[in-house]
Design a protein around this ligand. Sequence first.
Ligand code: AMP
Ligand code: MG
Length: 489
Amino acid sequence: MTQEKVNAVGWKLENTYAELPKAFFSIIKVKPVDSPEMVVLNHSLAESLGLNAKVVEGEEGVQVFAGNEVPEGSVPLAQAYAGHQFGNFTMLGDGRALLIGEQMTPDGKRYDIQLKGSGRTPYSRGGDGRAALGPMLREYIISEAMHGLGIPTTRSLAVVTSGEPIYRESQLTGAIMTRVAASHLRVGTFEYGANFAEKEDLKALADYAIERHYPEIKKDKNPYVSLLREVQKRQAALIAKWQMIGFIHGVMNTDNMTISGETIDYGPCAFMDTYNPATVFSSIDVQGRYAYGNQPPIAGWNITRFAEALLPLFHDNQEKAIQLAQDVLSEYPLAFNTAWVKGMRCKLGLFNEEEADEALILDLLKIMHKEKADYTNTFRALTLDDRKFSLFVYQDFQEWEKRWQERRKRQPESQKESKDLMCKHNPAIIPRNHRVEEALKAAEEGNLSVMEKLVSVLKDPYAYSKEQEEYSAPPPPSEAMSYQTFCGT
Ligand code: AMP
Ligand code: MG
């Protein structure tokens, strides 16, 4: 692409990741696809990245998003990483993704621009390096919904079809998604560094992560211990947010946990309808390792793997290094719980803190579990004081409601202020699984309007607008019972 074209589009790419030791990536020569076509472009995200949405919507953008052309300044590479998948350690890496560079935005931020589904790399193992349209659109819808919900997440800039079929159980439409992330550094990148690279390489990676995500800890006595603590804090806050909106990631392997604290890798994820901590949607998670209620301890397990990878940087004496790690790791349960209780207070319209608040929250959840209440709609009904909502008929709920109302009165803020707080923390809608499926089915048949409407109502899930109402309905019981998700390969 010529400099003139680059200027018109607005690419401003740097490649700081490519300055890391060679062990961490492979430079890739991209393999063009036949006849790419734009399916969806995220206009507002494009503009915030400093791209000219009108121009990228056209042929210039399509060719870049398909991997057929690289913008000036781009050094396409596949990142190396390892990870614990369902508890087992393995070598991984970008098997079907390419980092085309880091876009410098007009407000001085740095974002990875990654193509997912862009072809084989040295890390593809047996895979074809490709992705199907359905899973890529699914990631687009859900990651944008997460962004709307105010949850740190990677985002989706565009999805293009490749014009080439891909083969799974059946023939599917091939597609490439452009993912935007604060970075793609994962816990698994550090596990790779610790297991397959030299100690200096691991140190270079840690210094890079600190510079990019936690520059304020550079001057700490032991910046690597601080790195562990800061990542743990961000992950604790992130998982608390997932729990608060009923999001189930589905495949919390260590390679799917970022150092930045953003949610990444929307494979078999889904939102819970009926409240039940044992909820699992993923077809491959037969043991329920990544069930809704297990997400907080699993994040702690993953952070422990991160700590193990960092041990050589903590101290030359292994025993001392382990002690330093344990001191930080022991803070996780409290870090998570504090973030969660704080958020749940907001969901119940509570400003100040009382010791019994946690019990009040847990008691509500117990009733919701027992009565099989819809998670999102329970908090929606409390927000709207919707007495027609199913829970209001139960005596145990009525008793709980009395306690809650009394608790709300024991704070100086008015009922109106309390309700406003609830509106900001209880979404009127979430991307319900049956709605997402409906949108994907239509899109695969060439009708994008269902998806566009869904994405638009999810832009501000806290709006409580008239047009959001129909999207708040839970699925018919038959669909809710049988809903399963599959890894997006
Ligand atoms: P994921 O389930 O997307 O987190 O991917 C786990 C690992 O499998 C990563 O190393 C991916 O790059 C790799 N992978 C997933 N799908 C493919 C594919 N179609 N071809 C090659 N590698 C893949
Ligand atoms: Mg992954």
